[in-house]
Design a protein around this ligand. Sequence first.
Ligand SMILES: Nc1ncnc2c1ncn2[C@@H]1O[C@H](COP(=O)(O)OP(=O)(O)OP(=O)(O)O)[C@@H](O)[C@H]1O
Ligand SMILES: [Mg+2]
Length: 475
Amino acid sequence: MKLELQNLTPKEIVAELDKFIIGQDKAKKAVAIALRNRMRRRQLPEELRDEVAPKNIIMMGPTGVGKTEIARRLSKLTGAPFLKVEATKYTEVGYVGRDVESMVRDLVSASVSMVKAELQEEVKEEAERRTEEALLDLLLPGVKQHGGETESDSRESGHGGGEEPGSPILVSEGASGTNVEETRSQTREKFRKRLREGKLDDKEVEIQVTKSNFPAIEIFSGSSFEEMDLNLGNLSNLLGGKKKRKRTSVKQARETLMQEEMEKLVDSDRVSEIARHRAEEMGIIFIDEIDKIAAKENRGGVDVSREGVQRDILPIVEGATVNTKHGMVDTSHILFIAAGAFHSSKPSDLIPELQGRFPLRVELEALHAADFFRILTQPQNALIRQYVELLKVEGVDLEFTDDAIGELSEIAASVNTKTENIGARRLHTIMELLLEEVSFNAPDLKGQKIPITPEYVKERLEKIVEDQDLSRFIL
Ligand SMILES: Nc1ncnc2c1ncn2[C@@H]1O[C@H](COP(=O)(O)OP(=O)(O)OP(=O)(O)O)[C@@H](O)[C@H]1O
Ligand SMILES: [Mg+2]
């Protein structure tokens, strides 16, 4: 499933999210419109294009109602570089930890991998062709060099399980009296055929691998971590990698050579440029747990630093230039979506400047029994389906009746009201408890059908649900 985000209409984006997320229509709609707007902006005449700022979004809603899930699903729609981060991961510039600019660097890296994969796909055929020739050269060293038996030839024939005589012998056999060149190319074609059929996969060859001169040095000292990365990157390019000879199977060698050929065929400067541009124009940064950096009131050291993070985020959201490994990146048109439960704080606890930079507020609704029923059954990755498939592996056939699923939904909703409301996550704990016995005994139940009826649900769960203290601990 490869859906290009920029080609999807708002309706199609919502439809795509609908496959996994139940309800929360307002949030889905806001996200869909924001995404479509970027596509619209790109069609505008240049003077106007720069003026249209993205409408950043804050999603609010209780825990476990689908905020992070919306982000996760968006990231699966391809075409736009996407990065999801937790606001709590960052620290104010000057403190130990990651500074917020690194989120832009990470977005560009995501963009680079995406563009690289696309461009490599374009040159795949050529790379495959070159890899095949290179493998044939390795397998038939004598043939390529127009020479007789060399040291490596005789070594080559020592491997390969004995049934495969070394190529040079074939050459010299056929060479008597006939055209040597022709026989050589015949041999090569014969090998090509066997190679394509995978018959030579286990044969050993010697290849050159490029080893980076630098061991992975990671220095975690706040922002200087990224700086080190920049400098080392340049340095190792200058000095070049070290070549090392290595014996490996044809199968393994094919992968290594293929990788090298693709690297050679794709111009890394071009990748950087496209990727940078794409991150600037279409990048999406999803900042989760934004409420965790909203300080209610000044309670000392920690909060000061949190406010610092908010201040550091400001210029990035508004539009700043960030230095990355792949060049300077302008953040003006990157779309930011923030999300948080805002359980113990409110959006108004964020510093005003930051509030103003997220003009769109959408609220996600708390979930009820009817929503739970749909969450259990409708999404492509619905929990019930997951459990049924898992137990099928053991040869156990779980059969849920609709009434049983209804009962489960009611129970989840009622536990949520009686104890903490943890939204759809409650379904996970309840399903786990419901199927604990079956899961445990599954290997002994092979070949059986296990009907899950309302009676079964009640029998397994009723006692715990009724006892509030017990459900606090178990569910
Ligand atoms: N509306 C929904 N439709 C389908 N599944 C949902 C929905 N809401 C939550 N879930 C499921 O519940 C789990 C938790 O949801 P999610 O991670 O989105 O919570 P959240 O809103 O980000 O909560 P928090 O504020 O605690 O981070 C996920 O596994 C998700 O599949
Ligand atoms: Mg979340």
